[in-house]
Design a binder for this molecule. Structure first.
Ligand SMILES: Cc1ncc(COP(=O)(O)O)c(C=O)c1O
Length: 385
């Protein structure tokens, strides 16, 4: 049976045409008209005046921290429930990540715990240089509350919107909060350039400074003048052409991902012990990945047993991110709370959610999960075979 993937790239004729046109134009370079156009069109779509295309979302986070002046010994607070790139970028500038638990009803950073952590740092005199919020699985963090807390302590916000292109918070697009935002176009994201990212901001000077650093900090001079240490973090013109095509299809992709989420919601409504990641009333998720939470006593089998059974049926699924405070690379870092993220890690599973997932494929996923329940007693033996 054909394998069903979690979130495979979804590209079509339009992207192929734009990519080949860029190729034929010989703009096979780290600059070019598609790159300029991609940045412009992306910024317009998100609703920010400025954007710079980069080689990855991680690069965007790294440069965001650098241009905010975050450095050695500074503390940077972020959600513990995230992909490692968020925490990795914090360490690239020599700063120390501090992990805060998520709210059970949004799976994004808990604003009350964030407040407690900022208060405790203020009391002890520890400098918090930034807060990196994470719009998890396409759901925005609770920005009204987070901004109020951060304002109180004078700490800037960087929005990690890597997973959230197209999501909204009170009608406002993900990627418009904080000082700047990072997006990812990794192959598994809602739109992809195979690998790539974007830094978006309301602040034009900040974006130009990121652009400068991302292109080896090269000043205009015939001999190449470098007044500081830079990075080779730009996106290529070819990949930008692919990105432009993907961006045009974003509205369809959003509709499809939300429909996939809705179909899972309907299918599992009557299944005891299975619930979907809650959608916060303050926004609209882009439903990048649909996640379920499994209560073994009610459903009959555990999250891990479901995952293994899906694998047995050639269906890819994945536990939610392992909390950063449990990762060997970061377990020495400070944390506040963590029990909610730990419980989600134990009980929650990301299901195939791609915009190219067909109805038949989704039926196969749903049927396999229903099978788990029916087979509750014999499943251990089946997957052990
Ligand atoms: C929350 C989060 N932050 C950052 C990244 C890093 O993006 P990239 O893979 O483009 O470096 C990703 C995804 O890959 C992510 O999911």
């Amino acid at each position: 049976m054909k394998r069903i993937y979690l979130s495979p790239p979804h590209v079509g004729e339009l992207e192929r045409r734009l990519l080949l046109a860029a190729f034929d134009s010989n703009w096979i370079a780290p600059v070019g008209p598609d790159l300029d156009a991609f940045e412009r069109e992306f910024a317009e779509d998100v609703g920010v005046p400025h954007a710079v295309a980069l080689s990855s979302g991680t690069a965007a986070l790294h440069l965001a921290l650098l241009v905010l002046g975050v450095g050695r010994g500074d503390r940077v607070i972020t959600s513990t429930l995230t992909f490692a790139a968020t925490a990795n970028a914090i360490t690239y500038v020599g700063a120390i990540p501090v992990f805060v638990d998520v709210s059970r009803d949004t799976w994004t950073i808990d604003p009350d715990l964030l407040n407690e952590e900022l208060e405790s740092c203020a009391r002890s005199g520890a400098r918090v240089a930034a807060v990196v919020t994470v719009d998890l699985y396409g759901q925005c963090a609770d920005y009204d509350r987070i901004e109020a807390v951060c304002r109180r302590y004078g700490v800037p916000i960087i929005e990690d919107a890597a997973e959230a292109l197209g999501a909204t918070y009170h009608g406002r697009s993900a990627g418009t909060f904080g000082v700047c935002a990072a997006f990812s176009f990794n192959g598994n994201k809602i739109i992809t350039t195979s690998g790539g990212g974007m830094l978006a901001s309301h602040n034009g000077d900040l974006v130009e400074r990121v652009r400068h650093l991302s292109t080896q900090a090269r000043r205009h001079a015939p001999h190449y003048q470098h007044d500081e240490v830079g990075f080779n973090y730009g996106l290529s013109n070819l990949l930008a052409a692919l990105g432009r095509g993907q961006l045009q299809t974003l509205p369809d992709k959003l509709t499809r991902r939300r429909l996939v989420n809705q179909s899972y919601r309907v299918a599992f409504a009557e299944l005891p012990g299975i619930a979907l990641m809650p959608e916060a009333p303050y926004g609209r998720s882009n439903c990048w990945l649909t996640c379920i939470i499994v209560e073994p006593p009610l459903f009959g089998v555990s999250r891990e047993q479901i995952r293994r059974h899906l694998e047995h049926r050639n269906i890819e699924s994945r536990p939610v991110w392992k909390p950063m405070h449990l990762q060997p690379a970061f377990e020495h870092c400070d944390k506040r709370g963590g029990a909610v993220a730990e419980e989600l890690f134990e009980k929650a599973l990301c299901l195939p959610s791609g915009s190219s997932l067909t109805d038949d494929e989704q039926d196969r996923v749903i049927a396999a999960i229903e099978e788990c329940r029916a087979l509750a007693g014999t499943l251990e033996r089946m997957v052990a075979r």
